[in-house]
Structure formats: C-alpha cells, structure tokens
Design a protein around this ligand. Structure first.
Ligand SMILES: Cc1cc2nc3c(=O)[nH]c(=O)nc-3n(C[C@H](O)[C@H](O)[C@H](O)COP(=O)(O)OP(=O)(O)OC[C@H]3O[C@@H](n4cnc5c(N)ncnc54)[C@H](O)[C@@H]3O)c2cc1C
Ligand SMILES: *[C@@H]1O[C@H](CO)[C@@H](O)[C@H](O)[C@H]1NC(C)=O
Ligand SMILES: *[C@@H]1O[C@H](CO)[C@@H](O)[C@H](O)[C@H]1NC(C)=O
Ligand SMILES: *[C@@H]1O[C@H](CO)[C@@H](O)[C@H](O)[C@H]1NC(C)=O
Ligand SMILES: *[C@@H]1O[C@H](CO)[C@@H](O)[C@H](O)[C@H]1NC(C)=O
Length: 495
C-alpha cells in the first residue's frame, strides 16, 4: 500500500516537473519571440494545431512556435534542450500518424508554415525553398518558368516531409526515378550548427535524411532539381464499377511494360463509399508528358481496353491541376495510411484487393466511413532512385505493385473498431500473399506507413543501411535530442 502510494507520488511529481518544463519552455520562447509563439485560445494556435490533413493529429501542444528563419530554429532548439521540453516538427502536416508532427500538452510544436520562400535559379535548373513550402504552392510557382518538380501527385503535403519520408514519389518518378528531387538540404543540428547536406557536403547526413525521417536535424531549406516539363496530359478519371478484372490486369501489365513509356504513368484508386453506394468504383490518375494528344503507354487504361466513364485527360500544368483539388477529406476526418507491396502479378493484386474489401465490409455502418485502396504499378525506373539510397530501394524492388490503404471515418469512438478490423485484414492479406509466394516485398515507404508499421520500417532498409543510419545519427546528434525530445515519428535508434 505504502509502496503503491510512493509510486503514485513519484508519478505525480514527474508530471509536475514535465509541465513546469513545458511552461518554462513556452515562456522562454514567448519572452524572446512574442510574435511567433502562440498559445491556446488564439486563432493562430488553432490554425496551426489543426493544420494537418487528419484530425487524429490535433493533439493540442502547450504552445506553438512558428520560426521565420534558421536563427529562430536555432533559438528554439536551444530552448527545448535547456528546459528539456519535448517537441514536434511540422511541415505540410500530411503524414497521417497522430504524433508524427504534433504533440500533446506535454510539449511544443514547431510549425514551419512561415518558412515559405521560393526562389528559382537563373538557369531554372534548381529551386530553393523554405521548409514550410507545400507541393501545390511550389508547382504553381514553377509553372511561371515553364518547369516543374519531380514531386508528389496530389495532396497539400509538404515538400520537406516528403523528402524525409523517402520520397517524393509521383507521376514523374516513372521517367526520373523517385526519391531524387532534393539536391541539397540545409538544417540545424541539435548543437545549433547550421549545415548543408548534399552529395558533396556532409554526404553521410544527406544520405540519411532521404528516408531517415526526423531523426537528424531540423531542415530549414531545400534545393530541388527542376524538370523541364511545362505541361502534360493529366486526368482524374473513373472507369466506373464492375471492372476489377481488366483494371487489375492493366495494373500488372503497366508494372511489367510501363518502363518502355517513361512519359506515361498511372495511380489507381479503388474507392468504397458505403453511404453512397455498395459498389467499389475504379478510379485513378493518368499522366502523359510526351508531345501531342495521344497518351502513348496508357492503352491499357483507355478505350477499347478499359474505357473511361468519367473525366478525361486534359493538357494542363502541375500547378493548375494540383490546385484544382479540394484537399479536405471527403467524409470523415480521421485517417490512416497502410503500406503494402506485392510482386507485379494480377493474382497478387486480386488477393490483396479481394481480401481487403471482404475483410472491411463490416465497417459500412461506421459514421463517415469511406476508403481508398490504391494500386501503384512499379516499373524499374521508379526504383532506380539514387543508387545506394538509405532505403535500399533498387532493382530487387521492381517490377512490383505497391498499395496504400486510406480509410477515413468521423468519430474517435470508432478508432478502435476501424483499426482492429484493418489489423485483421492486413494480417490476412499478408498471410495469403505469402502463401501464394507473391509478397509482401521488403520495401517500406516511410511516407505512407501506418503507425503500427513503424517497428518494421527501418528494419526493412536492411541491416547494413540500418547500422549506417544509426552511426550517422550518433555522429550528428550524439545527445539523442531528436530521439528523446521528439517522441513522434519512426526512431532510428529504436529500430
Ligand atoms: C492526400 C495525400 C496525398 C499524398 N500523396 C502522395 C504522393 O503522391 N506521393 C508521395 O510520395 N507521398 C504522398 N503523400 C504522403 C506524404 O508525402 C508524406 O506523408 C510526407 O511525409 C508528408 O510530408 P509533410 O511535410 O506534409 O508532413 P508532416 O506531417 O508535416 O511531417 C512528416 C514527418 O516529417 C518530419 N518533418 C517535417 N518537416 C521537418 C523538418 N523541417 N525538419 C525535420 N523533420 C521534419 C515531421 O516531424 C514528421 O515526422 C500524400 C499524403 C496525403 C495526405
Ligand atoms: C505566417 O503564416 C500565417 C498562416 O499562413 C499567415 O497568416 C501569416 O501572415 C504569416 N506571417 C508572416 C510573417 O509571413
Ligand atoms: C498492355 O497490355 C498488353 C497485354 O494485354 C501488353 O502486351 C502491353 O505491353 C501492355 N502495355 C503497357 C504499356 O502496359
Ligand atoms: C474533358 O473534360 C473537360 C473538363 O471536365 C471538358 O471541358 C472537356 O470537354 C472534356 N474533353 C473531352 C474530349 O471529353
Ligand atoms: C493555368 O492557369 C492559368 C491561370 O488560370 C492560365 O492562364 C493558364 O492558361 C493555365 N495553363 C494551362 C496549360 O492550363
């Protein structure tokens, strides 16, 4: 009894220490930077706390700091360490893991929103951006110069978050490879040093940052290579319902043969919105950046093989196209992603697709429930990526099919049920794929994982790369600031 009491007493005093630390941290920030430190009850605090794509991330930090320069970030990092306050770092807020980029009242969120500068080089070959820039803003900016960036397909996600997550992966990855948009990254280390990481400068840090997440430093700036594409045929289309056989066959064929047409690409999104229809609709995005009006390489996604029933390919720019999207989730605002891979086989895609939708059928009555099961045919060009990358992405990983589940729902009370059903579905999918000898493949894409997949993600990069990721972490953050004080996100030290 007295033992239990003393434990409780200890827990209470620890909680008091933690809350004193966070209050001291917020006070220190507010004293030096009153204009960029925001507290609950203010409009700006609410804007930043609820900035992210899913409401699962609205965790309510004690205060929010919105730096405008690398010096501001240096001050914040010093303050967090001095007061031993936990913190989170948020860029575009697109990663649907609750604490990846936000934190509860025990900590402080650093929101990169105002690090929003963009400057193209004189020869238009590179663009330098602040760490708060999102893809739609970047694409619209680059449109003016007749170039674009090898970035994500859609979504109001952050550029820097996508690079740290091992991407970006979008339409142009089919021509130029994924994960290689960044030429260099500038960041503040835990000891306050501002360093540049590139192939020439701190190359070990640069290698670790692409795919290594928030374990190393706070990125303040990125230099990206542009690509000379001024417009493309792009389509948000649907093939209607009841076409699973041909759709799946076309995905398989594109994974096997799409490399012959690097200017063509496709992302399949099968969708189920039970409040609207019991049927699954076969939707997707098409891209063709070659000349003329004929999208060579997309014959298996167009008539007569697979006739489009809604939408079409229109010539537009990445800026115009991406800014036409409504980024708010269509129904519920609670969201997760789940990552899955298989061999480039129609049989594998059939197993994954059928098992997913059979297993989650019982969620039809969950308020605001809808889901997308994306299918991405992966050609060898996509995974050629930068040779020797941290993720070990390479020729063993293609051809393949990658899948992303993205269920949405409305209420926190349904979290357990939705997550439980998805856990069972995914165990079954993996069991059936592996029984058929068709997957899953080793690659894990940090940008698109579910929180429960964190333990397997860095391990999937391979023992050698993981050792190097840990060594680089130890070299640049010997005091483990980004491991201990930044609790959210996948941690290299714990993998
Ligand atoms: C609707 C939607 C569509 C998407 N489409 C694509 C797609 O087509 N292709 C693709 O590749 N991905 C896509 N994604 C995934 C997305 O690119 C990744 O989840 C990415 O990590 C999000 O980056 P962010 O900056 O928006 O995220 P955030 O949630 O802000 O951050 C993600 C992680 O990076 C860390 N981080 C962010 N900024 C910094 C910094 N400056 N310094 C240190 N650490 C930092 C955070 O702490 C966090 O752990 C999509 C996501 C959504 C929601
Ligand atoms: C910072 O970003 C917020 C949100 O977009 C905006 O309202 C504010 O004006 C910006 N502040 C500065 C100094 O640019
Ligand atoms: C389309 O499918 C056929 C087989 O039905 C295949 O021969 C062809 O290579 C495919 N084309 C592409 C670009 O995937
Ligand atoms: C394509 O779609 C656009 C907008 O939805 C429409 O204006 C245009 O007429 C369509 N073109 C064709 C050839 O169907
Ligand atoms: C993109 O939008 C701008 C502004 O609305 C317009 O002037 C331009 O013609 C569009 N470009 C294309 C290729 O659609």
């Amino acid at each position: 009894m007295s033992f239990r009491k003393s434990i409780l007493g200890l827990a209470t005093s620890l909680a008091i220490v933690a809350s004193a630390a966070v209050d001291d941290g917020c006070d220190a920030l507010a004293t030096s930077y009153p204009d960029i430190t925001f507290f609950p009850g203010t409009e700006r605090y609410k804007y930043e706390n609820e900035y992210s794509w899913t409401s699962t991330t609205y965790l309510g930090p004690s205060c929010i700091f919105a730096p405008q320069s690398a010096e501001d970030v240096q001050f914040a990092l010093h303050t967090f360490q001095k007061h031993e306050v936990k913190f989170a770092i948020r860029c575009g807020g697109a990663m649907p893991i609750d604490n990846a980029a936000n934190i509860g009242s025990e900590g402080i969120m650093m929101a990169m929103t105002n690090m929003s500068s963009m400057a193209i080089s004189d020869d238009s070959k590179t663009v330098t951006i602040g760490a708060g820039v999102t893809w739609p803003a970047l694409y619209a900016y680059l449109d003016q110069f007749g170039v674009t960036a090898n970035g994500i397909r859609s979504g109001n996600g952050g550029v820097v978050g996508a690079i740290l997550g091992g991407g970006p992966f979008g339409f142009m990855a089919y021509e130029f490879g994924m994960s290689n948009a960044a030429k260099s990254l500038e960041c503040v280390l835990a000891d306050g040093r501002l360093v540049t990481a590139s192939a020439d400068d701190h190359p070990d840090l640069f290698w670790a940052l692409v795919g290594g997440g928030n374990n190393y430093c706070v990125v303040t700036k990125a230099v990206l290579n542009t690509v000379p594409i001024s417009s493309a045929l792009i389509g948000t289309v649907s093939w209607g319902t009841g076409v699973s056989d041909q759709y799946i066959k076309s995905v398989e064929q594109f994974a096997l043969h799409g490399a012959e047409y690097p200017k063509a690409s496709f992302e399949g999104q099968t969708r189920w919105v039970p409040s609207r229809s019991s049927e699954i609709s076969f939707d997707g995005y098409l891209w063709y950046s070659g000349e003329g009006d004929v999208p060579h390489g997309l014959e298996n996604f167009t008539a007569p093989v697979l006739p489009i029933t809604r939408g079409n390919l229109t010539r537009t720019t990445m800026g115009n196209w991406t800014n036409e999207f409504n980024y708010a989730p269509p129904l519920g605002t609670r969201a997760i992603f789940h990552w899955l891979t298989s061999a480039a086989s129609a049989e594998a895609a059939r197993i994954a697709f059928d098992t997913y939708y059979e297993s989650i059928a019982s969620l039809a009555d969950v308020e605001g429930f809808s889901t997308a099961f994306s299918m991405l045919p992966i050609t060898p060009i996509v995974t050629a990526a930068p040779a020797g990358n941290a993720m070990a992405l390479g020729s063993d990983d293609s051809p393949a099919i990658w899948y992303v589940e993205s269920p949405l729902w409305s209420n926190p009370e349904d979290d357990e049920r939705v997550l439980g059903v998805h856990a069972e579905a995914n165990a079954k999918i993996r069991e059936r794929l592996s029984a058929a000898g068709l997957g899953p493949l080793p690659f894990m894409y940090l940008s698109d994982i579910q929180k429960t997949q964190i333990p397997e993600t860095f391990a999937a990069y391979g023992a050698r790369n993981l050792r190097k990721l840990k060594a680089v972490r130890n070299k640049y953050d010997p005091d483990r600031v980004f491991t201990e004080l930044v609790p959210g996100g996948a941690k290299v030290a714990y993998a």
